[in-house]
Design a protein around this ligand. Sequence first.
Ligand code: UD1
Length: 421
Amino acid sequence: MDLLEIVGGSRLKGTIPIGGAKNAALPILASSILVDGETVLRNVPDLADVRQMLLLLARLGVKSERDESGALRLRVEDEMNSHAEYELVSKMRASICVMGPLLAKRKRAQVSMPGGCAIGDRPIDLHIQGLRALGAEFDLVNGDVLLHAKKLKGTDVFLGGRFGASVTGTANVMMTATLAEGRTVIESAACEPEVIDLANYLNACGARITGQGTPQITVEGVEKLEGAEHSIIPDRIEAGTFMIAAAITNGDLELQGARMEHLRAVVDRLRRIGVIIERSEKGLSVSSARRLEPVDITTQPYPGFPTDLQAQAMALLCLADGNSAITEKVFPDRFLHVGELNRMGAHLRKEGPTVIIEGVKRLVGAQVMASDLRASASMILAGLIAKGVTRVHRVYHIDRGYERIEQKLAKVGANIRRARE
Ligand code: UD1
């Protein structure tokens, strides 16, 4: 197993290219099941989660290959299998994105129920509620969700849950509705840019989707979808992570490809604490030159502050000049990084879904263990500024969602290297 070793204290300076968005790529890859002919996807990041999705798709009869230009070409070659098995689904929750496409195209989907994960139990009731509304029969067989339908019919679907809209739930219902008969109106749909990107790809294939990016999405069913070319949007969470890397090291980074319009809530919070963020020729420039002010953050569905940047923001606020509070409204148990940051000298106190952060003058390097993808990123950020050496163990989590993070950071001056345990 690999670990990352970081010697803290370097000021980051330079340009970092932002890769394609993991959370846009995964449902778009899954939707290749719906499509006749060849799909060509550009800007698909080379991540462990993407490779995992391609493995699952291969089992489901989708052939894929990277061509010389780096584009990913996908084509359905065999429609016999509609079973996403435990062995693959248990490794990645986003495997659930194949459920809607299998049901829509093959009229049958058997998907192992994703279990709980490091950020709390993550139900799929909204996915199933939406697909049943479109006419699917539902059963639970040996831990697998079994859905089948002779015919799917458009209808009104409400997708609001206890914690707001569901991103992959919206994706599943939207993908299924493209091939259902008639009109589907999804109310309380997720508004994330990744949902827009999926809708734009499906429309390029011949779907008729409007309202993407708003809480009401309308899908007029079509007979079939034909392969198209599409380029995945830049990853706003990767961009946000490097924005925080610039802020925490008092550095100066240009994030090539980062889009201000996808990061408004993050930009607002970071500017409030004293980080300078401007549009640049190729993306965004982010710098800071002084000790930062404290701020309160509440994570919310888009366009609110993303839960996927909560852990990273916490690492930053550990060093602010005063007390901050972070409240998690999307995954209230997503605080596994709190104990690890405290081991690096942070003063964090958890009170229900809120963490009170008492700013300290410095963090100190330690051996830390990452328990999920974004928690790992927060350990790396803390390590960049901590005194001495930080070793982040179990970095396979980071490889799920960041492409060569240590190379990108080393290029702008971080003292970071990958080593074997
Ligand atoms: C997606 C992202 C993930 C991000 C999350 C929230 C992908 C591949 N992953 O995950 O990185 O952290 O959005 O922005 O895009 N919920 C229910 N019932 C359901 C589904 C969800 O109650 O059927 C709850 C969840 O427990 C959570 C909230 O709704 O509290 C939002 O979850 P959801 O948007 O579904 O997350 P994912 O789509 O799994």
